[in-house]
Design a protein around this ligand. Structure first.
Ligand SMILES: Nc1ncnc2c1ncn2[C@@H]1O[C@H](COP(=O)(O)OP(=O)(O)O)[C@@H](O)[C@H]1O
Ligand SMILES: [Mg+2]
Length: 441
């Protein structure tokens, strides 16, 4: 039998599973509006894919909740049920044993901007996340399981996307090389009190952003909406903010647990931060009983590296994390995507500022150089089209640059777009030999 053949046993199992999925949804008063079921061979596995017709569902959230995935899996006698990472809603049920994941995969250089790359899943596909969808993140794992490397890969991507970062590192082993980095909104916290200070700072930022949101008559409901409006009105867009708490259980316990001041502040940040693009990552070796529930309610994704306590992993939706072998750091179970080999990043890569600077592509560089010479830094769609860009590409470039705060409309100069001091600074760190005459901002 070759690797591409689906066995009779798997076909029969697929039929049973399809029926059971339909029944399970119906029993929970959800609409089993499956438009198709299909069985395929993928990277040495046999997944059944069940596609829901999203047009026939009301609110999508009950269909993608980790609780439901867990219940479906239980109904199927423990077969793992994951969400597909296509648009729409697809359940992926593995009919064959899990394949082996590679032991080490480097963080790729070409992660699309604004996305967060976590690692590769058992299908071989990368897991790319949107901040606005998953919001907050829980990370569990024993010492040596790969937590710190994962948090480093996270923070390096946040910096690449020009997010503001608040870090807590009680052990002082995770973020040391980032001390003094310009994207840090405060020094790295080394004590629980300092960590509490970071949460208070993030909450103060919520207040500040609430005022800004209120000042727009359109009443934006999330950061992307606010920024789109701000850019239209030549206001400065707001960066996302990321708070990473390593050894968070230690911090929380020493400040009174889930009900203490820190626990309350974190809960508040959990719901307030959503609207304002302020996200947190709660990383720890263990979650005590009193915090599993509150943390789970806040986060959109949990990643469990190797842990001692299987019950705790299961309660976080990451069954089996206690069985990850000791010699597999970086391998994690996620509540939504199943096993993931998380990306590796060299410690040294994190310390090097230059490599963390936003990337100006060669084409962009050429366009900016030409703008310096020919238009006194003025940029517009006709100008870019005149320089050989297709109109669509030109529009996209300008929109992206605006979002990054690289260009801004200048009311003093008939509202045309000019490059900002921020881009000037980025460009001046490169060996271009260009200086700016009069950037805006
Ligand atoms: N994603 C990964 N891929 C491969 N090896 C890893 C990965 N993450 C960690 N390791 C290895 O495991 C060691 C311990 O990882 P670390 O992140 O410091 O663990 P923790 O913070 O959980 O104690 C690292 O020094 C590295 O050699
Ligand atoms: Mg660590």
């Amino acid at each position: 039998m070759t690797d591409t053949i689906i066995s009779h046993r798997e076909m029969r199992l697929a039929e049973t599973v399809s029926r059971q999925l339909t029944n399970s949804l119906a029993r929970r008063k959800l609409t089993p509006a499956f438009s198709s079921f299909y069985v395929t061979r993928l990277a040495g596995m046999t997944p059944l894919i069940a596609v829901l017709d999203t047009a026939k569902l009301g609110d999508h959230s009950p269909y993608v909740s980790t609780d439901l995935l867990h219940q479906l899996s239980t109904d199927l006698g423990g077969l793992p049920v994951y969400l597909g990472n296509h648009s729409g809603i697809r359940y992926v049920v593995l009919l064959s044993p899990l394949p082996k994941l590679p032991h080490k995969v480097d963080l790729p250089f070409d992660v699309p901007r604004g996305k967060l790359a976590i690692g590769v899943r058992f299908t071989g596909q990368p897991v790319l996340l949107d901040w606005e969808t998953f919001l907050h993140l829980a990370v569990l794992g024993n010492t040596g399981s790969g937590k710190s490397i994962f948090l480093q890969a996270l923070v390096s991507q946040a910096i690449r996307d020009e997010m503001q970062v608040l870090l807590s590192d009680i052990d002082q082993t995770t973020f040391g090389t980032l001390e003094g980095h310009p994207n840090l909104a405060a020094p790295i916290a080394a004590t629980p009190q300092d960590a509490f200070g970071l949460i208070e700072k993030a909450l103060a930022e919520c207040d500040h952003r609430a005022e800004l949101f209120k000042s727009l008559p359109e009443r934006p409901q999330k950061l992307s909406e606010y920024n789109a409006l701000a850019i239209k009105q030549s206001r400065e867009p707001l960066p996302r903010m990321l708070v990473i708490l390593d050894e968070a259980s230690t911090v929380l316990t020493s400040l009174g647990g889930a009900k203490g001041a820190m626990g309350q502040a974190l809960a508040t940040l959990g719901w307030r931060g959503r609207k304002f693009g302020i996200h947190f990552v709660f990383a720890a070796q263990e979650f005590t009983k009193d915090i599993v529930g509150p943390v789970r309610d806040q986060v959109g994704l949990t990643l469990c590296f190797r842990v001692r306590n299987g019950q705790m992993a299961e309660r976080m939706g990451c069954k089996g994390a206690e069985r990850i072998p000791e010699n597999r750091p970086g391998l994690a179970i996620s509540d939504r995507h199943g096993p993931i080999q998380t990306y590796f990043i060299e410690q040294s890569a994190l310390g090097v500022r230059q490599s963390l600077l936003p990337v100006v592509t060669e084409v962009e560089q050429a366009l900016f150089t030409r703008a310096a010479k020919e238009t006194s830094w003025r940029l517009s769609i006709p100008i870019l089209v005149g320089w050989g860009q297709r109109e669509r590409a030109a529009r996209q470039l300008l929109e992206t640059w605006e979002l990054r705060g690289w260009v801004l409309r200048d009311p003093q100069r008939d509202n045309a777009r000019y490059i900002t001091a921020k881009l000037a600074e980025i460009l001046s760190n490169r060996p271009t030999g260009q200086t700016l005459s009069n950037p805006v901002g």
